[in-house]
Structure formats: C-alpha cells, structure tokens
Design a protein around this ligand. Structure first.
Ligand SMILES: [Zn+2]
Length: 79
C-alpha cells in the first residue's frame, strides 16, 4: 500500500508532498501495483516503523533545497 502526506522543510520552510510504498508480503491479498506519483517526493529512508511496517520516523530530501529532513510521519489518515 502507498501512504502519502505533506511535510514542511525545516531549512527553507517550503511544504511538499511525499509518498512511501509500504513493503508487503507478495502473497498478501491486498497486494497491488501502484502508480508512482510524478509530482511527489519519495521517502529516502524509514528510520523507525511500527509492527505493520508503517513508518513512524523517516528521512527525505527536500525537493526545493535538497536538505535532508528527518521528520515524524503523519499520513493523510488512511489508518
Ligand atoms: Zn527545503
């Protein structure tokens, strides 16, 4: 599944949208392909995740200034 959200860069204060594809078991009934959003930034690395493999803390490069942000993941409310 894919989660998405918004983050404001700690360096340049520009808000940008991000996405992350949550790794799933290949035999999971809910497994499906997703389109990669062209206008969104992929999370670089998950630093901390919960038992459902949903990220809690992650790093991402700001698309505006390339600053590496470490941020607490808050999704749009899919869970
Ligand atoms: Zn920035």
């Amino acid at each position: 599944m894919m989660i998405q959200g918004k983050h404001e860069c700690e360096e340049c204060s520009k808000a940008f949208e991000w996405y992350y594809l949550v790794p799933q078991h290949i035999d999971s009934p809910s497994f499906q392909a997703h389109f990669i959003p062209q206008n969104k930034t992929s999370i670089k690395q998950v630093i901390q995740q919960d038992e459902k493999r949903l990220p809690i803390k992650a790093s991402i490069h700001c698309p505006k200034c390339d600053k590496l942000n470490i941020f607490k993941v808050e999704t749009d409310g899919s869970h």
